[in-house]
Design a protein around this ligand. Structure first.
Ligand code: 9MG
Length: 268
């Protein structure tokens, strides 16, 4: 696995009325498409498009609703030639999204859904396997680990092995520790501290901490739209630790911070 001078930046395009960080502003397809174009302009390397919120407490949406939200957005954004990722827990949505032009399946259940492993193998696309304890609706109720870094590492390696056994090629697998997914502040900080170890597992790491709740826990309950500083601090830490891609809302600011960090590193 070759290491880049700086991680790629994946911009988040939510097509959900209940998204925790943008208040549903991009709920309509047209608004989401415009937002995607703006993120490309701001320097995104990838776009991650999601039609079902995975924020703590979020209620599931039907497959039909999710498809109606994301497919028109993917079809349109695919015309930009920007690599697109579909953020979905549903194999049927992943299949339609890849047919519409996406090239990565970002699955917060790490292909845990019925039939997901087989569909992933058939699709032949990039796959992000993320760690989550529980499910979005209830995951923050009482997360528990004896050794969070060890357990997340073991889970991710087991899911990668299951994916490869099902026919997913090793080169297509990304791993993600799932910051904020069934984790307390202490768990999130320990996982971020363990990122160099996770980055040494032999798979590229996708890392997402943008505007997450743990930042508010460290800064006076700052609301989601006032967590940019914490988001960039976490992104720089992930870059230092060897993450290959950072998933963010604030593409321009994060890309700039990563460029400055890379230039400082390159200067010797
Ligand atoms: C959908 N989603 C929300 N947060 C995420 C994160 O940290 N990683 C990945 N892969 N997906 C996420």
């Amino acid at each position: 696995m070759t290491q880049r001078p700086r991680p790629l930046v994946m911009g988040i395009v939510n097509v959900t009325p209940d998204s925790f960080s943008d208040g549903g502003r991009h709920a309509s397809a047209q608004a989401a498409i415009a937002h995607g174009h703006a993120l490309v302009e701001a320097g995104a390397d990838w776009l991650d498009i999601g039609g079902e919120s995975t924020r703590p407490g979020a209620e599931p949406v039907s497959e039909a609703d999710e498809l109606a939200r994301v497919i028109p957005v993917i079809e349109e954004l695919a015309r930009t030639n920007m690599p697109l990722s579909i953020d979905t827990m549903k194999p049927g949505v992943a299949r339609a999204a890849i047919q519409a032009g996406a090239s990565m399946w970002n699955d917060v259940t790490a292909l845990g859904g019925p039939g997901a492993l087989g569909v992933a193998a058939q699709l032949g696309c990039q796959i992000c396997l993320m760690h989550m304890q529980g499910e979005p609706r209830t995951m923050q109720a009482d997360p528990h680990y004896d050794d969070v870094a060890g357990e997340v590492e073991a889970f991710l390696l087991a899911r990668a092995a299951a994916a490869m056994k099902a026919g997913v090629s090793r080169e297509n697998i990304w791993l993600d520790p799932g910051i904020g997914f069934g984790k307390t502040l202490v768990h999130n900080l320990a996982l971020m501290g363990a990122l160099p170890r996770l980055a040494g597992l032999g798979f590229p790491i996708l890392f997402g901490a943008s505007r997450k709740r743990f930042i508010a826990s460290l800064d006076n309950d700052a609301p989601a739209d006032q967590r940019l500083g914490g988001s960039i601090a976490a992104a720089l830490h992930a870059a230092q630790a060897g993450a290959a891609m950072i998933r963010v809302h604030d593409v321009r600011e994060t890309a700039q911070a990563l460029k400055v960090r890379a230039a400082i590193q390159a200067s010797g």
